[in-house]
Structures are given as structure tokens and as C-alpha cells.
Design a binder for this molecule. Structure first.
Ligand SMILES: NC(=O)c1ccc[n+]([C@@H]2O[C@H](COP(=O)([O-])OP(=O)(O)OC[C@H]3O[C@@H](n4cnc5c(N)ncnc54)[C@H](OP(=O)(O)O)[C@@H]3O)[C@@H](O)[C@H]2O)c1
Length: 415
């Protein structure tokens, strides 16, 4: 049993700070003057391994700068493979252009950088042009990779990136969903051409289905009536079947490709694994019928990091073009790359699916805010079964910490 101890998250100065927020118009996020300027966050000051993560109370609070900004007090965040990769510098070349388009001309630095792409929390302030949200609203969001992340007390986003949190979920549960939901919609809907209206009985193969994106995608496709085949380890079969997967193929069995080849061909393949998957997967698609292979594991950012923006983008574009051309001309199947795309209105739709019980959160591990490095270690260990969540805030500012609570929980409990 995990040892349990009480830790106060904040130091004496902060602990005395009132957290009561006015529901209308108040720009102060805290009544204590000492807390107006800074907040608690996990940051990195350079790229590297887990040692670069640093906790600080001295990060400037991201206040409202634009009319459509929404400032959110973060209750929970979750981690994704992207956070581990970004900690190591992945995508920096491209993301820094978005962070500061003039970065080549000045001394811009992305540090201190806050990781974490998911949040569930409460609106504390809104810009003058915000029409959909008001202070006090419970919201969830996925954060664009060039913006400061959710391993912090506060995040400011535009209202278009934010959505009302599902009422049926706790903040911990809700924080497990936005990034994988926006990614799955980007891959399956925007790139794969599937939607609620056309998915009935479509045959979809998901590789790497036991992780964050896969466990969400299975549920989304089943809610839309698709037939879902997945690949995963043998010990994840119970989880993916419980989420609705129709056929499960153990990729460690040694004859995965043979098993899949014996099945009826697929309309869409969502590849969460990459590597050599495309070499055997393209042949599993229905030929000359608009079938699509969509991979989330593309070399674009690796190439812009290693070759520079221009050469990397051109090289990646050429690779994509050649593969797409070869596949469409040889067997009439589409070859596509997909990318995570934060989008509030998509989360509105996901929220309805969650509140009607069609999609459940899959939380494998929870960590308190004091144990963010341990949460990263969990992620780096691989073999995810759903999501790893970090509890950022407690109502009373003190949290009961345990070494991580682990074990997959698929729940739809009420708050
Ligand atoms: N392009 C984008 O914008 C974008 C967005 C989101 C995610 N991604 C990428 O998409 C991938 C999936 O993301 P995620 O969040 O779902 O990752 P995740 O939570 O780490 O899940 C990956 C899952 O794949 C399983 N797995 C590993 N090797 C496998 C194989 N050969 N065959 C079948 N299953 C395998 C793992 O479990 P076992 O090892 O125990 O089998 C794990 O359950 C990651 O590479 C991520 O970087 C890209």
C-alpha cells in the first residue's frame, strides 16, 4: 500500500493567500498582493532528461492580454509522450517560430518553459471580448504546443481553445482527455475523413491502441458505429475489449501481420506506432475505394530540428509527397500524416459524448503536483494503459500525496 503523507503545496506566504475569486470582472487572481505577480509551476530552463524539471513559485502569472483570452486556474493536468519529447527539445525549431515569429532577429528564449498540454480547471478571468465563458466556469482544454503548459497554477488561452468540462467527470478524469481527443479528431476526422454520419460499419484498424490516443479512439469510433480492430500487447486485451474493440491482435505474438492479413480489408488505419508499421499496413487497406492510412508518427519535427526549418520542411514534404504518390498510384489508397490540433468546439462534442456515457476517461496513474518528475518517469517507462494525470490544485491547497496511485481506472463517476 502506498505510504500516505500530508504535504502543504505552498509555502507560508502562499498558504495564507485567499483563493476566493469574484465571479464577475475581477482581474486579481488572489487577494494577497504577494501573489499577484507569480505562481507555482514546473519549468525547464534547458532541454534534457528528467533532471531539468524544476519547481518554482516565481513564474509570472499569465494574465489577460487580448480580448478573447480566458485565464484558467488549473485543477489537473495530464502528460503525453509529447511532454517527454518536448522536454528533450523535440520540435523546438518549429515551435519557437510560433512562440516568437521574430526570434531570429532578437534574443528570444523559450525558457523557462512550462510543459503539459492538457488541463481541467476553473475560469478566473476573461478578456473583454469573451462571450462563451465567465469566471467560475469549469472548463477543459488542450494547449497548443507553442504556448506555456498546464503544469502550473494558471494558464491563459483563447476562448476558442477552451470548452466546458463534462459535468460527469472530476477534474482528474477530465484532464486525461483533451489532448488525445483533439489528436484523435484531427487524425480520424480531419485527415481520415470519418465522422458520426459516415462511420457506421466502417472497418478501422488502430495500431498501438492501449495508450492515450488509442483508448480514446476506440471509444469514439464505437460511439459512431464503426467496426474496430486493434493491435496491442496481450496484457492490454481486457482493457481494449472493455472499451469496445471488436477484434484484438497481440503484436507480440509473432504472427500479427499474418493474423491481420486474414481479416477483411480496412477503410481506415490509424497508426500510433510508426516505424515499419506502414510497410505491412498499407496492404491491409481496401484498394481503389478511398481507404486511408493515417499516421501520428511522422518525421516532420525531427527533420526541422535536425536539418533546420527550411530544409527540414522541404525534406519532410518530399517524403510525404513520394509516399502518398506511390500508394495512390499503385493501389488507390491514401497515405497521410496527422497532427494534434487544439480545438474547443471539438471538445464540446467530446463533452457531450462523455456526459452521455459514450466515452469514459482511462486514467492509469495519478500523481500530486509535488511529484511531476515521477510522473514523467512513469511515462518514460512506456507501456501506457490510458493516461497519467497530475493533480495540480486542491481546494484547501494541501494535498494528500502518495507514491503514484497506479492501475487503470475506466470510470464515469459523478463529482
Ligand atoms: N503527430 C501528433 O501530433 C501526435 C499527437 C499525439 C500522439 N502522437 C504520437 O502517437 C503515438 C501514440 O500516442 P499515445 O499518446 O497514445 O502514446 P502512449 O500513451 O504512450 O501509448 C502507446 C501505446 O502503444 C503500445 N505499443 C508500443 N509498441 C507497440 C507496437 N509495436 N504495437 C502495438 N502497440 C504498441 C504501448 O504499450 P506496450 O508497449 O505495453 O505495448 C502503449 O500502450 C506516440 O508515438 C505519440 O508521440 C503524435
Amino acid at each position: 500500500m502506498a505510504s500516505v503523507r500530508l504535504l502543504c503545496l505552498l509555502n507560508g506566504k502562499a498558504a495564507g493567500c485567499s483563493r476566493t475569486l469574484a465571479r464577475t470582472g475581477c482581474r486579481n487572481v488572489c487577494s494577497s498582493p504577494s501573489r499577484l505577480q507569480s505562481m507555482s509551476a514546473w519549468v525547464i530552463d534547458q532541454y534534457g532528461s528528467s533532471g531539468v524539471l524544476r519547481h518554482t513559485e516565481e513564474i509570472t502569472i499569465p494574465t489577460i492580454n487580448f480580448a478573447h483570452d480566458v485565464m484558467i486556474k488549473v485543477s489537473a493536468a495530464s502528460l503525453n509522450p509529447l511532454d517527454v519529447n518536448m522536454r528533450g527539445g523535440y520540435g523546438a525549431a518549429l515551435l519557437n517560430i510560433r512562440r516568437d515569429p521574430l526570434s531570429v532577429l532578437n534574443s528570444f528564449s523559450e525558457f523557462p518553459l512550462i510543459l503539459g498540454r492538457d488541463l481541467s480547471g476553473v475560469v478566473v478571468d476573461c478578456g473583454s471580448g469573451v462571450t462563451h465563458f465567465a469566471p467560475g466556469d469549469e472548463v477543459w482544454a488542450a494547449i497548443p504546443p507553442w504556448k506555456q503548459g498546464s503544469l502550473a497554477e494558471y494558464v491563459t488561452l483563447t476562448e476558442y481553445e477552451v470548452s466546458y468540462k463534462p459535468k460527469s467527470l472530476s477534474h482528474i478524469e477530465a484532464a486525461s482527455i483533451p489532448y488525445v481527443a483533439n489528436t484523435a479528431f484531427s487524425a480520424l476526422v480531419n485527415t481520415g475523413g470519418l465522422c458520426r454520419e459516415n462511420s457506421l460499419n466502417k472497418r478501422v484498424l488502430i495500431t498501438g491502441a492501449s495508450g492515450g490516443v488509442g483508448t480514446f479512439s476506440i471509444q469514439l469510433l464505437k460511439a459512431w458505429g464503426a467496426h474496430v480492430t486493434v493491435t496491442c500487447s496481450q496484457n492490454a486485451e481486457g482493457l481494449v475489449r472493455g472499451l469496445g474493440a471488436d477484434e484484438v491482435v497481440d503484436y507480440t505474438s509473432g504472427d500479427m501481420a499474418e493474423q491481420l492479413e486474414m481479416m477483411q480489408r480496412f477503410d481506415v488505419i490509424l497508426d500510433n506506432v510508426g516505424g515499419d508499421t506502414e510497410e505491412w499496413a498499407m496492404g491491409l487497406l481496401k484498394p481503389w475505394s478511398g481507404a486511408k492510412y493515417v499516421t501520428l508518427v511522422s518525421p516532420l519535427l525531427l527533420k526541422t530540428d535536425s536539418m533546420g526549418l527550411l530544409d527540414g520542411t522541404l525534406n519532410a514534404g518530399l517524403t510525404l509527397h513520394n509516399k502518398a504518390f506511390q500508394n495512390i498510384t499503385s493501389s488507390g489508397v491514401f497515405y497521410r500524416w496527422a497532427f494534434y490540433a487544439p480545438d474547443g468546439p471539438t471538445l464540446d462534442e467530446v463533452s457531450r459524448l462523455v456526459d452521455t456515457g459514450k466515452i469514459l476517461p482511462v486514467v492509469e496513474a495519478q500523481f500530486p503536483f509535488t511529484q511531476v518528475p515521477q510522473a514523467f518517469q512513469k511515462l518514460e517507462g512506456g507501456h501506457a494503459r490510458g493516461k497519467t494525470v497530475v493533480k495540480v490544485a486542491e481546494d484547501d491547497e494541501c494535498i494528500e500525496t502518495a507514491e503514484s496511485e497506479q492501475g487503470v481506472q475506466v470510470t464515469s463517476q459523478q463529482n
